[in-house]
Every structure is written in structure tokens, then in C-alpha cells.
Design a protein around this ligand. Structure first.
Ligand SMILES: [Zn+2]
Length: 260
């Protein structure tokens, strides 16, 4: 399992469009640059990001925890709403910290239980909502998490949502495939089409958790590694910034810069 250090991101930051969202920071005085929307990672590396939105049902989260107990090397990313963070912490204290300690990642998905549709809000309101959401996450994790990704409800990457992402240096994130819907069909037809670099959209609901249990053996058998969004994005940045055929040992000789 490859671990991803903050240093790796700092190294890549010089080459990339990745925003520095290591902590909450004040909006810059000049107009921030909009982040590109991320749909998919690199086709070159056998890694995917399995992502779970909303996260309202604590019983299904607990089932998911048991499923991933059997795959200790896999990593996933949650895009929970803030109220689900707080509600589920009350029902099962420590549940989010347990996930965090496994190296799972968290991304923004708005605070209220019913979502915010960013389309109908000005950027200032989305920024306020992000602060509320981050406070909820800090409260349940009891630490200062690193947040790099934000997924707009309904996939609606509105100008206000993108402006909020630019202010906080977050990467707006959608998906390249979804594993929602009837379990049998998804497992039979959609899961086998999984490609390197896919960002898989799921929700914490009964069907998607069942699908997860049936899909993971397939994913493992194909040698595809489920990783966090950060890990997947690092692959994409490498692909975008690496010279073709770059070979780190040879690069030392030729004084070419390779990204390792
Ligand atoms: Zn959602």
C-alpha cells in the first residue's frame, strides 16, 4: 500500500493545478483561479477511487466497516453531508474516527441533511456552508483533517460552488461511473467494466453496500487497487506532468526532472 505524504503533494504542487488546501485559509486578495472539475483519474495506473456520498444511514456504514475489515489495504473516500456526520456520531460514537484512522479520506458535500443545491446560492453562502461542514467534521474526528476534494450535490458544479472551491483550494470532483441501482445488474454488467482511474459514485444505502460486498472480490482479482481520491489524483498529476518515457535513474544522469 502506497502512502501519500504531504511532501508528495507539495512536490507536485509546483507542477500542477492542485490547490493547496492543507488548512482553512483566508481568501486571497486577488480573484482566485477556478479549479478544473475532476471526473476521472489516470488510465495508466491500476487504481480506482470508490466514493460514498451522503452517509446518512449508520447501520449501512457499520455494514460497510465490516466489509472493508476483510480488505485492510483498500482505501475509500466519503463525501458525507455535515448533519450525517453529527447524527451518526451520536448513534455510534467514534465511527468516523475509526474510518479516519484507517486512512480513509473525507470530502465536502454540503452541511444539511437534504443537501444544498449550490445552483441557487451565491458563493458567499456556499463558503459559509463549507465552514459549517468542516466544523462538524473536526468535531467528529477530533482533529484537523486535510480536505482536498468537494463534490457538489446533484453533480451541480455551479459557478458559486466552483468559486468556493477556488477560495479554499479544493478540487471539485464528480465521477466516471456509478455503482448505484439494482445490485444484480450492477455487479453483473457495471462492475466488470471498471477501468483504471475510475471514480466510482456510490451512496451509503442498502443496495450500494451490498454491491460493494460483491464487487470487491472482482476488483481484487483484477489487481485493481482501491485508493483515496488524493492517491488517485496524484497518479493523474504524474501522468500530466511526466515527460514521456521518463525514467528516474536515467533522469539523474541527464539532469531531467522526473516525478517519482
Ligand atoms: Zn448527495
Amino acid at each position: 500500500m502506497t502512502t501519500l505524504s504531504r511532501r508528495d503533494f507539495l512536490k507536485l504542487g509546483a507542477f500542477s493545478l492542485l490547490g493547496a488546501s492543507f488548512a482553512r485559509f483566508a481568501p486571497p486578495a486577488s480573484a482566485p483561479r477556478e479549479q478544473p472539475v475532476l471526473y476521472q483519474g489516470s488510465l495508466r495506473y491500476a487504481r480506482v477511487a470508490l466514493t460514498y456520498d451522503d452517509c446518512n444511514l449508520v447501520t449501512q456504514l457499520q455494514k460497510l466497516e465490516k466489509i472493508y475489515d476483510q480488505y485492510p489495504d483498500m482505501r475509500i473516500t466519503f463525501f458525507p453531508v455535515g448533519e450525517a456526520l453529527l447524527n451518526n456520531e451520536q448513534k455510534d460514537p467514534g465511527i468516523w474516527r475509526r474510518f479516519y484512522q484507517r486512512g480513509y479520506e473525507f470530502g465536502y458535500h454540503t452541511f444539511p441533511f437534504e443537501h444544498i443545491n449550490p445552483q441557487v446560492l451565491p458563493a458567499a453562502k456556499v463558503i459559509e456552508d463549507y465552514d459549517l461542514w468542516l466544523d462538524a467534521l473536526r468535531e467528529v474526528l477530533k482533529t484537523e483533517p486535510v480536505i482536498r476534494f468537494a463534490r457538489p450535490p446533484f453533480g451541480n458544479a455551479s459557478p458559486s460552488f466552483l468559486a468556493m472551491c477556488a477560495v479554499y483550494g479544493l478540487t471539485p470532483t464528480l465521477w466516471s461511473t456509478g455503482w448505484g441501482g439494482p445490485v444484480k445488474d450492477v455487479v453483473q454488467y457495471t462492475v466488470p467494466k471498471l477501468r483504471n482511474g475510475d471514480i466510482v459514485l456510490m451512496h451509503i444505502r442498502i443496495e450500494d453496500v451490498e454491491t460493494t460486498a460483491l464487487a470487491l472480490p472482482q476488483v481484487q482479482a483484477r489487481g485493481i487497487e482501491p485508493v483515496t481520491m488524493s492517491r488517485l489524483y496524484l497518479d493523474l498529476l504524474k501522468e500530466q506532468n511526466q515527460s514521456p518515457g521518463c525514467n528516474p535513474p536515467a533522469a539523474i544522469e541527464s539532469k531531467t526532472t522526473c516525478i517519482e
